[in-house]
Design a protein around this ligand. Structure first.
Ligand code: PEP
Length: 257
């Protein structure tokens, strides 16, 4: 983390978990534990149907609400889809774009990711853009080439003045939901590499202000070490964000003076 130049963001990704009543129970349990984190922003990205209740329930404990996806068009005949503007009006601040599960199961491509980044920014949302390599790609030694391509593709056409709204999440696919975490060194190296790509595209001032998260089995035990890396500015957290106690422990690791 480097709080001097950029925001630390701890974001939960609930994926397809929790009903509205379970969301309410989570809120009741976390509120007495969380306090008012001073040094990091806390976000919960929840299923679409939970958004209105989540916005209401978490308002008084300063947890911002995120969505897990959006469509890139502004309206139209796309049954089952949700626009960035609908999310904005519902009280959403962040939207995850290009999560590896969407790339794997729902034909998300670098091109749709780029369109969605533009749609999110246009609507006034903060996109959390996910990039990451498979185990095979890591073993082949092409991690940084692939991540460079993904970052450049996602940001294509995004002007420098919009970059303060963009968050990048480095999420090695082999570490998501597997209990296998990247070492702090691996996470730090790739996040540093991502910042170098942004520096080349937008210059040093923009690059040093961009929040770059790590995601992939981050938990209460490994958060502190991962967040100690200078270019790891927070986490995108799946499994460990579903339980108030473990999520709060990660928040506390990010919130130390
Ligand atoms: C994720 O889905 O973004 C994620 C990092 O999941 P987990 O923490 O469960 O690996």
């Amino acid at each position: 983390m480097n709080r001097r130049y950029r925001k630390t963001i701890i974001a939960g990704n609930w994926k397809m978990n929790k009903t509205i009543s379970e969301t309410r129970a989570f809120a009741e349990e976390i509120k007495p534990l969380i306090g008012r984190p001073k040094w990091c922003e806390v976000v919960l990205c929840v299923p679409f149907v939970n958004i209105p209740s989540a916005v209401r329930l978490f308002k008084d404990c300063r947890i911002s609400i995120g969505a897990e996806n959006c469509h890139y068009e502004s309206h139209g005949a796309y049954t089952g889809e949700v626009t960035a503007e609908m999310l904005k009006e519902a009280g959403v601040k962040y939207v995850i774009i290009g999560h590896s599960e969407r790339r794997q199961y729902y034909n998300e491509t670098d091109i749709t990711v780029n369109k969605k980044v533009h749609a999110a920014l246009e609507a006034g949302l903060y996109p959390i853009v996910c990039v990451g390599e498979s185990l095979e790609q890591r073993e082949l030694g092409v991690t940084m080439e692939l991540i460079t391509y993904q970052v450049k593709a996602a940001l294509s056409g995004v002007p420098a003045d919009k970059m303060r709204h963009v968050v990048i999440a480095y999420e090695p696919i082999w570490a998501i939901g597997t209990g296998r975490t990247a070492t702090a060194q691996q996470a730090g190296e790739v996040c540093e590499g991502i910042r170098a790509v942004i520096r080349k595209l937008y210059g040093a001032r923009v690059a040093r202000a961009v929040t770059i998260q790590y995601g992939g089995s981050m938990n209460a035990d490994n958060a502190e070490e991962l967040l100690a890396q200078p270019d790891v500015d927070g986490g995108l957290i799946g499994g460990a964000s579903l339980k108030p106690a473990s999520f709060v422990q990660i928040i506390n690791a990010a919130n130390q003076e």
